[in-house]
Design a protein around this ligand. Sequence first.
Ligand code: GUN
Length: 297
Amino acid sequence: MTARIIDGKAAAATLRTEVAVEVARFTAATGRAPGLAVVLVGEDPASAVYVRNKGIATREAGMLSFEHKLDAETTSQADLLALVDRLNADPAVDGILVQLPLPPQMDADAILTRIDPDKDVDGFHPVNAGRLATGLPGFVPCTPYGCLLLLRAELGNLSGKSAVVIGRSNIVGKPMAMLLLADSCTVTIAHSRTKDLPAVVRQADIVVAAVGRAEMVKGDWLKPGAIVIDVGINRVPASEPGKTRLVGDVDFASASQVASAITPVPGGVGPMTIACLIRNTLVSAARRENFKLENPL
Ligand code: GUN
């Protein structure tokens, strides 16, 4: 079997266009555009690229982007908490995102829990984790929500499917498992201590790999016809000396011979994360203004 390649770039472009249509309706009705504040502390080059791309996507959707770039040396934890307080109180700000990782002298948990849960478009606040676990409306972390949208587009109804999530992080693994459970999958969360991981993965109709280990999941771990969502982004040496390339947590060459559909890296899950961020920002603005979305996205 040769797997269909799930085009996350195309799915993300469609979602971004749908968000932009609703943003235009929102802005016409309320007299203001939705606003997303993004906070970057320090000079981490990968974070700087993410933040720039988030700003571009926000503006392209017709929303306002408020970017706060702070110096890692001169910004204290108290300064950052004070900025979060200001953004919480600012009526033009519908969504707040503090880019991770933060510099080591900062307590990321203290900062993330200071964000108003009703502006927490990253879905990282424990209140939003609790809402997701109990089925209340809140904000769902963008990467797992993007994975869910790709799976729904592929399968329609997920009910009764057996799903294995590899990885138990608060940002991807745990919320992914909760989303699959809410869509009536039978869910297993596997992790570094799981015994006989290949045998566990071989049970699954749906495999979501989010462990951060390059090309760990092999084709012979998969049930024939499984759908594979690869969240990994790992930089490895390329064949040309001195060059690197990006690979996922799944060994694409072997897995694509066994799966029925698979996301590539890059161009799979990655583009969906930013699309879901602007979707969450629109949802936040709509809730705050009591504005009814025609397309619930
Ligand atoms: N760093 C890498 N991915 C993310 C993300 O989705 N949100 C935030 N806040 N930081 C990140």
